[in-house]
Ligand binder design. Sequence first.
Ligand SMILES: C[S@@+](CC[C@H](N)C(=O)[O-])C[C@H]1O[C@@H](n2cnc3c(N)ncnc32)[C@H](O)[C@@H]1O
Length: 283
Amino acid sequence: MLTKDIIMAELSDLEQEYRSFMVEHFADWRLWAEASQRMSDGEQVQEAEIPPALVTEYRFMEVVLEMEAAGTFDWANPKLRAVFAEVAQSSFYKTWGELIARISLRLARIAGVQTLIEIGAGRGNLTGIMLDQRGDTSGQPNLIITDANPVVLENMQKLTETYSQVSLETFLWDIRNMPSQELRALVHQPCLLYERASIVYATIPAIENLARVADLVVFGDYFNNTGRLYAYDEIAKRIGVQPLFYDDIRPVLEQHFKDHFLFDIRAQKEIDLPNTTLLIAWK
Ligand SMILES: C[S@@+](CC[C@H](N)C(=O)[O-])C[C@H]1O[C@@H](n2cnc3c(N)ncnc32)[C@H](O)[C@@H]1O
């Protein structure tokens, strides 16, 4: 039976590595919070003022404010897409993705997991990292990659061409809905579900649907653990990205899982970052 002590004994080196990275990388996050307020107030803010770790956030906000001023928000705007592509290549995103994959694989091993599910896989950045980390697939749990958007099917096709040895199944799943019988038929228990930055779009009620198939979850997502919001959060809200408060998530997890914890709580508290980025729950 899993406990937090057993899990942390398995993951303590990863926690220490990630904590050091986060504390150094996001040390100056408040400079960005203040700058985003000034941008929101209509002031000109130069990119040089922004801590390097948060420059892509600045570019994102710049494009969103520009579109707002023009009167239309468009997810397909080429400048916005370029910023998203940049985010996906950032050192934080790479470190975060590797952490999610490494934790998932280690937990899968100690829990005897038979199926891994990724949700919200989108362009396959996290899937690619998982495939790199996973290596030789013989004797490994089966891997099911899902997203609400059918483009995931094409993206996974491209990925499997790159990783010729890979075996994975692809499935459409809007996690605001219960998993279909068809999907459930592919899942062998115990099942570990992992993700990055998709619950923030699907929002908290989706967690109940995830718990219907998963015995363990690794959520790489932004959960606000201080209750404080900043100008950049308010701008994100205006384009439909709602902040998710850990205080609202906790009761849902308590209802559906035996236990859970915020893996990066020490880093979050050390620099008073508003968001945590990794949560583990199990039944
Ligand atoms: C920011 S992208 C993250 C992509 C990928 N997880 C990664 O880290 O590279 C968000 C993804 O969440 C997916 N998503 C948003 N709402 C969803 C929902 N209700 N059900 C399933 N996926 C969803 C989007 O289609 C998109 O692919």
